[in-house]
Design a binder for this molecule. Structure first.
Ligand SMILES: [Zn+2]
Length: 290
């Protein structure tokens, strides 16, 4: 395990705290690399060090806190938007676009509104509290099955013994999304921190990073499953409505769509990199988190 981490914590006037747990490059080299045997050290150095998002870099700090504040704000707005929709049932273009493009539902009924609103409400409640987000590197040296620095953008950490059992059943089944969802619901209390590849600050916009945080937050706080990713499918086409209503990426993109007031696609949420183009300055963040 990576024993030492750098933690950055921000608390606002409402006592909501967000903590980012990751590394500075210097710390990583000194405390971790130095302790490794030669072969492994070279391997890690080659593949890892150039990609570390250095938490002592103020551009990285700004991108992460900005992304978190946007994810939190998007959850507040999405909860309010769907709560209003549930009451009024008035036609609304953004609402019908979100349902048809992200939830595969052309004519949503009352129960569809309710499921979506409740999922956003749970996500909002979770992000409204104190949250820790860890760099995937923090767990990269974990036992098999733990977070890794593979292709995944983020994860929620689930204790080994639970994950092992789930992976075994999910592998033999084409209902992996259902199994994941039921597991999260059953083991909710044991689901630990949100993990994200912090070096995504060099690949995604701030909204793109917020979308990753939002996705993981819906797993942690609202027990969504992974049925289909826009991330690797470019759209939600083909997903069944029943699955889309519980699909993490549908919510992540729907949340960002409400925040940006238009249905967003994968192309909207990649580059230019967040750390080179933050959305907000420190003053904007000051009221929200600092
Ligand atoms: Zn997921």
């Amino acid at each position: 395990m990576y024993l030492e981490t750098t933690r950055l914590s921000y608390t606002n006037s409402k006592a909501q705290r967000v903590t980012f747990a990751g590394f500075t490059e210097k710390d990583f080299k000194k405390r971790y690399l130095a302790a490794l045997e030669t072969g492994k050290r070279e391997y890690i150095e080659k593949y890892t060090v150039p990609h570390i998002a250095d938490l002592s870099d103020s551009d990285v700090q700004l991108a992460l806190i900005d992304a978190f504040c946007i994810a939190r704000e998007a959850s507040v707005q999405a909860d309010a938007f769907f709560s209003a929709a549930l009451k009024s049932k008035q036609p609304n273009k953004l609402l019908s676009d979100i349902f048809s493009e992200l939830f595969s539902t052309k004519k949503p009924g009352g129960s569809d509104y309710r499921v979506v609103q409740e999922t956003f409400e749970k996500t909002r409640r979770g992000l409204d509290g104190s949250v820790t987000i860890c760099d995937m590197f923090k767990g990269a040296d974990h036992e098999p099955g733990g977070p890794s620095w593979g292709p995944s953008e983020g994860e929620v950490l689930i204790p080994q013994h639970i994950l092992r059992d789930y992976s075994r059943r999910a592998k033999k089944s084409d209902a992996a999304g259902d199994i994941m969802r039921k597991m999260l619901e059953k083991e909710g209390e044991q689901v630990q921190d949100i993990y994200m590849r912090f070096n995504l600050v060099r690949e995604l916009t701030v909204e793109g990073l917020a979308r990753v945080i939002f996705h993981e937050a819906t797993h942690k706080f609202a027990y969504t499953g992974d049925y289909q990713y826009i991330y690797d499918a470019t759209s939600m086409k083909g997903i069944k409505a029943k699955q889309a209503l519980y699909n993490a990426d549908s919510y992540a993109f729907a949340g960002m769509s409400v925040y940006l007031n238009r249905v967003v696609s994968k192309a909207d949420l990649v580059g230019p990199a967040a750390c080179s183009q933050p959305m907000h300055d420190m003053r904007w963040l000051q009221d929200r988190m600092l």
